[in-house]
Write a protein that binds this ligand. Structure first.
Ligand code: GLY
Length: 370
């Protein structure tokens, strides 16, 4: 029997369940092939009295939005749907306002729910709206990209982008429920799939040597292993978030490869380079450098490079404009305080945080001007 505090489901050997206990809230994470079809049942059981606002984008609408809306409505669940444009530009004040207006116009209260059906943009934006409306309503994450399934839908980070940068305004808002359906990944583009695999490789690098081995052994056909790998990635994220919900310490290990990645994304106007591609390049680059410094077991960067290559990720670091790279690096508020935390590997499956003066970090990353 699956129990998650609210209700008990029929015995279901395929459904995997994790409970993430944060400081003041709890998230139930469910993983099952075909789980999107069970959304009406889950919503009825967990939130019997709630209305649901489904937020999705134009691409996901065509694939799943229409059917999710219809299945909820057919089950007698009062629901409204908002379809937004696809892309990072939607993570803005403008679309946040559109969602908040929609909640107001339809009489939503804090005991109702927002369902984010889509990738990271929809999840971050809808999550932020749910955190704000009447100081916080219920939130269901139904992630439809691999990256959202193993990273952005879990752990409660919500945000919008502003003229001051990516994710500059946001809130911690743990979702009440995360519904992960690995079947939806079959409709992902090659680029989106590879980009998600970069985050999967990241989890293996920082915490799980065996996961790295599985990724390596089955790189020619990873699909049969995907549900297990998603579960493993979610377990790692859950453990880290439970220890450091508000991102003041351990949680920064989830940013392995991200210091360089954020700079590369910035240099590409946050749109030219998929996040996962930048993370792959960042993990390889920083590991090469920490190997050279003697902090990482020799040969580690080569292993990461080969694995990224096997999953269609870029592995050759582009030439960067050093001055521009440093200016993006310094946007990080910790960097502005004079010190930075870099996540480095001891070896595959084990990482540590290295504190460095910003000047040393710039030199370490190869961006000092001679
Ligand atoms: N994506 C990193 C985190 O949730 O902390």
């Amino acid at each position: 029997m699956l129990k998650y505090g609210y209700t008990v489901f029929d015995e279901d050997m395929n459904m995997k369940e994790l409970n993430l206990t944060a400081t003041d809230s709890r998230s139930v994470i469910l993983i099952e092939e075909g789980l999107l079809h069970r959304l009406p049942e889950l919503v009825r059981n967990l939130f019997p009295l709630s209305k649901v606002l489904i937020v999705t984008d134009e691409n996901v609408e065509k694939l799943y939005g229409k059917s999710v809306y219809e299945s909820l409505a057919r089950s007698g669940i009062p629901c409204v749907k908002k379809v937004l444009p696809f892309g990072e530009r939607t993570k803005s004040f403008e679309y946040l306002n559109i969602i908040l207006d929609c909640l107001g116009e339809n009489g939503f209260t804090r005991s109702d729910a927002v369902m984010a059906l889509g990738g990271g943009v929809i999840g971050d934006l809808s999550g932020f709206a749910a955190a704000l409306w009447q100081r916080g309503m219920k939130l269901i994450q139904a992630p439809t990209t691999l990256l959202a399934q193993i990273d952005s839908s879990i752990g409660g980070k919500t945000a919008i982008d502003t003229k001051w940068g990516k994710n500059t305004i946001g809130a911690f808002k743990q979702p009440d429920l995360v519904c992960i359906d690995p079947q939806v990944l079959t409709t992902l583009s090659k680029t989106d799939f590879s980009a998600g695999m970069a985050e999967m490789i990241k989890y293996a690098c920082i915490r799980d040597k065996e996961m790295f081995r599985i990724l390596k052994t089955h790189s020619d056909n990873i699909f049969p292993h995907l549900s297990e790998l998603i579960l493993q990635a979610c377990k790692i994220k859950k453990e880290v978030v439970e220890e450091d919900c508000f991102d003041t310490g351990l949680r920064m290990i989830l940013n392995f490869g991200h210091t360089v990645a954020h700079v590369l994304e910035g240099l590409n106007d946050f749109e030219g380079l998929p996040h996962g591609y930048a993370v792959a390049l960042g993990m390889i680059d920083i590991t090469k450098r920490s190997e050279a410094l003697g902090c990482t077991l020799s040969g580690t960067a080569d292993q990461i490079q080969k694995l990224c290559d096997a999953y269609g990720l870029p592995t050759e670091m582009p030439a960067v404009d050093k001055r521009a790279a440093v200016s993006f690096l310094l946007r990080d508020k910790k960097a502005r305080s004079g010190q930075m935390n870099l996540v480095l590997l001891k070896e595959i499956g084990s990482c540590f945080i290295k504190k460095m003066d910003v000047g040393d970090a710039i030199q370490f990353l190869g961006w000092e001007e001679k």
